[in-house]
Design a binder for this molecule. Structure first.
Ligand code: 5HY
Length: 242
């Protein structure tokens, strides 16, 4: 059996349950999915400030996973918050949904568009495309300007659906990457409407983590992702002392 921990770094439990359903829908029968939110952090992640404050709680969940013998992790937030720090803590693979989705998009087409939430997060999506080496394939990043926690409203879904179609037409891209874990459960519907592959990073990251674990590929501890050395942390971070 493979045990994957899918971490929604925000504290919106309804979103965590939806993310868990999406991960379980694609996981193999020999994979157990544990979907969690941290015990502390922002109710949604829509700014650099939110992202920074999401990381301690996220890392606490990875540290707990290591004690529990978790085989691999998914960071289910499109900013891939805390990804490098989580890889230092984890023995197994840690996959961010943005990195996973962009990889998948370049395997099914020459170009992709990203449809994300607030306009203020567009720059972060571009930063990730550049960091992961997909800037040339990314034809555009489009914001629906709907807050993360309002995405399950049917009217909001119509806005996202329409924007995906506009993005494909305007960018001439081969596929659409959904720029929020809160959009995970309607990738198939958007794909039917737009006629192009629509990629949900939760599903792709789950299968990538599962595949890497099955191949025996764990996070390398030789260099940058070696475990952090012993250190004291004070105040609210006291529990992180190693
Ligand atoms: C996410 N925020 O996937 C991102 C989306 C965003 O709380 N979960 C969040 O807007 O960056």
């Amino acid at each position: 059996m493979t045990h994957l921990k899918v971490i929604n770094p925000n504290t919106a439990l309804a979103m965590t349950e939806s993310i868990g359903r999406c991960a379980r829908a694609v996981a193999s029968s020999t994979t157990t999915i544990t979907a969690v939110s941290p015990a502390m952090g922002p109710e949604s992640i829509e700014s650099h400030y939110d992202e920074a404050l999401a990381v301690p709680g996220l890392l606490a969940e990875v540290a707990a996973g290591e004690r529990e013998g978790v085989d691999g992790y998914v960071i289910a937030c499109f900013g891939d918050p805390g990804l490098d720090a989580a890889r230092e803590l984890a023995a197994g693979p840690v996959i961010g949904i943005a990195e996973a989705a962009m990889h998948a998009a370049t395997l099914v087409g020459r170009s992709f568009s990203v449809v994300t939430t607030l306009s203020r997060t567009v720059g972060r999506a571009w930063d990730l495309a550049h960091r992961y080496g997909f800037a040339a394939a990314c034809r555009g990043v489009h914001a629906c300007d709907i807050p993360v926690l309002d995405l399950d409203d049917p009217a909001a879904r119509k806005v996202v659906m329409d924007l995906c179609a506009i993005a494909v037409e305007r960018d001439g891209s081969d596929s659409v990457v959904l720029g929020c874990a809160g959009m995970a459960d309607f990738a198939a519907e958007v794909s039917r409407e737009t006629g192009v592959p629509v990629i949900d990073g939760v599903a792709v990251a789950t299968k990538l983590a599962e595949s890497l674990v099955s191949l025996g590929l764990r996070t390398s501890k030789r260099g940058e992702y070696a475990r952090p050395g012993p250190k004291r942390y004070s105040g609210l971070l006291r529990e992180f002392t190693t």
